[in-house]
Design a protein around this ligand. Structure first.
Ligand SMILES: [Zn+2]
Ligand SMILES: [Zn+2]
Length: 249
């Protein structure tokens, strides 16, 4: 055992640090309640204005407030927030939450998202927070749904900042088809692959309700758009979205 391994084992055994290293740079973390090292936390690629008022992704024109994908495809979002740019440390953070068994990292960053959207004008209307569901096969593979962990954090962040508390609903939107991984596909291809991928259980629960959908990454918007369309067709009044990371328009 080399020195680093010995030290890590010591820390894990004595200070209850599971995964006691920074998931972005790999440095050992010495305090129990931190999830990234100070440097990486400071360097997270936070999204600054201007952003799309429908989906929250960064836009590059001062003369409009809706991004090109939302305008072009008429994406059905009534409000949106995205926390980080999907690049560098943002990508590593998502990968750590999804593939490296770090669900607590999702809750931690979700809390920051909750604190941020507590300031938005649309949050007060939200009745339900619904994470994008995984197909049961993938859920079993991973052991948890990363979007649900982010949603749990959002709820904590909201409840510390505003008096309303929407309900976290994980049984209403169901992934009924195990769709292939969508990396490298165009927007049209993604949308057609997803048609019919989601269904709604307990339709009566969402009638005329406003829903906040939560996903880890907003790329083309296809997954969130298909989920939103499914909920709206089933009787929801409005759908807003929150994503941990977003690709700029
Ligand atoms: Zn770090
Ligand atoms: Zn948009």
């Amino acid at each position: 055992m080399n020195l680093k391994q010995t030290l890590l084992t010591f820390l894990e055994n004595n200070l209850f640090l599971k995964n006691g290293t920074c998931p972005i740079c790999g440095k050992v973390l010495f305090v129990t309640n931190r999830f990234l090292c100070h440097q990486c936390e400071d360097d997270l690629p936070r999204i600054n204005n201007p952003t799309c008022r429908r989906c929250g992704r960064p836009i590059f024109a001062a003369d409009r407030d809706v991004c090109i994908p939302c305008a072009k495809l008429n994406l059905p979002f009534s409000g949106g927030y995205a926390h980080l740019n999907y690049q560098d440390a943002g990508k590593k953070l998502v990968a750590a939450i999804k593939f490296k068994d770090r669900p607590h990292l999702g809750i931690w960053v979700g809390r920051q998202i909750g604190e941020a959207i507590a300031q938005s004008d649309w949050i007060k209307a939200v009745d339900f927070i619904i994470p994008i569901p995984l197909h049961p096969n993938r859920l079993q593979e991973r052991g948890y749904n990363q979007s649900q962990k982010i949603a749990e954090g959002i709820l904590q962040g909201l409840s510390q900042n505003i008096s309303i508390s929407p309900l976290l609903a994980t049984q209403i939107l169901v992934r009924s088809r195990d769709t292939p991984h969508q990396i490298g596909q165009g927007r049209q291809e993604r949308l057609s692959n997803l048609t019919g991928a989601f269904t709604v259980d307990q339709i009566e629960t969402i009638q005329n309700k406003t829903i906040l959908l939560v996903d880890d990454v907003l790329t083309t918007g296809a997954t969130l758009a298909e989920s939103a369309a499914t909920l709206l067709e089933a009787g929801a009044a409005k759908v807003c979205i929150a994503s941990l990371c977003a690709v700029a328009e």
